[in-house]
Each structure stands twice: as structure tokens, then as C-alpha cells.
Design a protein around this ligand. Structure first.
Ligand SMILES: Nc1nc2[nH]cc(C(=O)O)c2c(=O)[nH]1
Ligand code: SF4
Ligand SMILES: [Mg+2]
Length: 219
């Protein structure tokens, strides 16, 4: 039977309040909805605890848990949230409820059916992730200026690769572009120097939540 907004359930790793640590929304108090499961295995993944398990929750009670925080900004993340079919009704329901919603997605799945009110943060996986074969390049044609593209970079080879993608695909004309170092692997200042040397029109970011709290689940 088709699920609808009344009967839909989601597999949930955690819901928590934190400061948004990434993207143009960095620093804003945000409720995070972390859905369980991911079909990718990025070498440096910082949320492997989301791969398995999770609690099965009705969409309506998930909305109630989000509402309890009394915060107008919500980020749906994972794992890979779009791997669950009820992620799409969840995103639409959050928008209908008046939240400002962003979605963190691996870039491996179709983003074209996501509610247009959602800001889609779409990864492009460089070779150092081990998952570059999963990039769904067709997604780029669907992005608008209120979406963002994110590259997480492990080393200089990843940086060179990402710079060429930005230039060849003219990504700066599509939406904001984020370059982020793999924490504990690529020193942020190295990435900053490379971006400046190339005058690359991308936004360098470090994960604010890890500066504040380290890599702690629920932060
Ligand atoms: N504070 C905080 N900000 C985040 N932005 C994206 C996150 C993610 O795990 O996708 C994240 C996270 O886990 N914590
Ligand atoms: S797509 Fe995200 S959650 Fe999945 S393995 Fe890669 S970093 Fe981890
Ligand atoms: Mg995280």
C-alpha cells in the first residue's frame, strides 16, 4: 500500500538541537533530524553510527519532536536521508509547518523530487572519498541558487580535482560552493591557502560543531 503522510514511518538515528556547523546557515540554532542508513561508505565518514539500526517513528510523532524544540530552522541529514522513500513527505511536511528546511545529501541519489522550498546541500564526492563513482551528475541541472554544492576534501589531489570540476561545470553560476577539509586529515590552513592562490570563487568552511565540541554524536 502507498504510504501517505498519516501512515508514513521513518527510520531515525537521532533528533537534536545544535548550532548548524556547515553551509551558509552555519551558526544558526537548528534542529537536526538524522535519518538512519546510507548506501555509500565514504572512507572518512564521520557518522557511521547512522548506518545501522535506528528507531522506527511515525512521521507525525517526528514532527512533534521537532516542534518541541521551538526553533524555526531544521536540517534533515543522515546517513543518506533520500535513501528512505518517506524522506520526501517528511521534507514537504516540515515546509508546510513553516520551518526553514535544509537537506544534507550525498549527491548519489536523485534530488529533483525534493520540495522546492528546501535548500538542498548536495555533495560532490572527490576520489579521496572512495565513492566518486557514485556522483549523480544529472543532479546539477536541477539545482537553484538557494541550494549549495559541497566538496569534502582529503588532500591536494582532491583539491585539484574539485577545482577542475568547479571550473569545467561552471558551478559558481549555479549556487554557492562549499570546500571543506576532512577533519584531522587535511589542515584547514592548507586548503585556505590553495583557494586563495587560485582565487577560486568557493566558500571555505570548517565544521563549527567540531571546533566547539569535537566529533560528538548529538552535537
Ligand atoms: N552541528 C551540526 N551541524 C551539522 N551540519 C551538518 C551536519 C551533518 O551531520 O550532516 C551536522 C551535525 O552533525 N552537527
Ligand atoms: S554519504 Fe555521508 S553518511 Fe554516507 S558514508 Fe558518505 S559521509 Fe557517511
Ligand atoms: Mg555530522
Amino acid at each position: 500500500m502507498e504510504s501517505n503522510a498519516q501512515t508514513a514511518t521513518l527510520r531515525l538515528t537521532e533528533v537534536f538541537l545544535s548550532l548548524q556547523g556547515e553551509t551558509s546557515r552555519a551558526g544558526l540554532p537548528t534542529v537536526f533530524v538524522r535519518l538512519a542508513g546510507c548506501p555509500l561508505r565514504c572512507r572518512w565518514c564521520d557518522t557511521p553510527y547512522s548506518f545501522q539500526g535506528g528507531e522506527t517513528v511515525p512521521l507525525a510523532s517526528l514532527l512533534a519532536r521537532v516542534a518541541d524544540y521551538g526553533v524555526p530552522t531544521v536540517c534533515v541529514t543522515g546517513g543518506e536521508p533520500l535513501a528512505q522513500k518517506n524522506c520526501l513527505p517528511l521534507l514537504a511536511a516540515l515546509c508546510d509547518a513553516g520551518y526553514s528546511v535544509s537537506l544534507e545529501t550525498s549527491g548519489a541519489l536523485d534530488v529533483s523530487l525534493v520540495d522546492a522550498r528546501v535548500s538542498r546541500i548536495v555533495d560532490i564526492k572527490p576520489p579521496g572519498s572512495g565513492e566518486d563513482a557514485r556522483n549523480r551528475w544529472e543532479n546539477l541541472a536541477h539545482l537553484t541558487p538557494h541550494d549549495e554544492i559541497k566538496f569534502v576534501l582529503a588532500d591536494h589531489a582532491d583539491y585539484d580535482w574539485a577545482r577542475e570540476v568547479v571550473r569545467e561545470q561552471k558551478l559558481a553560476q549555479v549556487c554557492p560552493i562549499l570546500f571543506s577539509p576532512v577533519q584531522g586529515e587535511l589542515p584547514p590552513a592548507h586548503l585556505a591557502d590553495w583557494i586563495l592562490a587560485d582565487r577560486l570563487p568557493v566558500r571555505m568552511q570548517v565544521q563549527l560543531h567540531k571546533v566547539l565540541w569535537g566529533n560528538t554524536p548529538g552535537k
